[in-house]
Design a protein around this ligand. Sequence first.
Ligand SMILES: Nc1ncnc2c1ncn2[C@@H]1O[C@H](COP(=O)(O)OP(=O)(O)OP(=O)(O)O)[C@@H](O)[C@H]1O
Ligand SMILES: [Mg+2]
Length: 232
Amino acid sequence: MNTQIDHVNKSYGQGESRSRVLKKISLTIEEGSICCLLGPSGSGKSTLLNILGGIDRADSGRVQVGNIRVDALTARQQIDYRRTHVGFIFQFYNLIPNLTLRENIESGAYLSRHPLDLDEMVATLGLRDHQQKFPNQVSGGQQQRAGIGRALIKRPSLLLCDEPTGALDYQTAKEVLLLLQKINRLYGTTMIIATHNQALARISHEVIRLHDGGVKDHMRNTAVEEAGSLNW
Ligand SMILES: Nc1ncnc2c1ncn2[C@@H]1O[C@H](COP(=O)(O)OP(=O)(O)OP(=O)(O)O)[C@@H](O)[C@H]1O
Ligand SMILES: [Mg+2]
């Protein structure tokens, strides 16, 4: 099912320092899409991801992910929602340093009702030869691949990525995009990716531009490109 938000408002701060970050935003993202979220720094990309992921709450408006009304969840239900339905990928990987890459990936399956096969995931990620290493023994790209595996092993219906290639060099960033595209095709996972990398728009089915607290543009891309052939 689709991800849909309706008239979502979000402000931070009080009184004089109060700033409206999201102003009555409405949009629908189709199930199975790769959706790229662009916009200048401070335009609310991370805020929107956090609201969709049940990390933060909108002040008002409706947030629906599949058949779940995320805005109506209690704190307890929010935890369960995050655990069951949402995968997060961050710019700086957030791996657990004293677990191997394999164990880090495995930790994402904890409490999942229907996790993917760990060996298969390790292979899909191209990490077979590195799985017994610790995060500080591998490259940034390999760490990010483990981060992706940890988010995906529980089979989330929604994968939220905040600057997934922000800390990576060109070649490694490209490998990560290739992997995200492969996983989207393999598992049909809906992906929402906040980024400053415009090239991401070309492998996305939908492109949303945020500006000044609103949706400036929502484009459906009819000519999705292969991540392998991207240059930027
Ligand atoms: N917890 C918070 N408390 C106060 N203000 C916040 C908080 N989180 C975000 N903001 C403010 O909300 C605005 C939007 O922030 P957000 O992080 O969503 O932007 P962004 O589009 O992700 O930017 P960037 O591209 O730099 O990551 C910014 O002005 C930021 O300072
Ligand atoms: Mg951000």
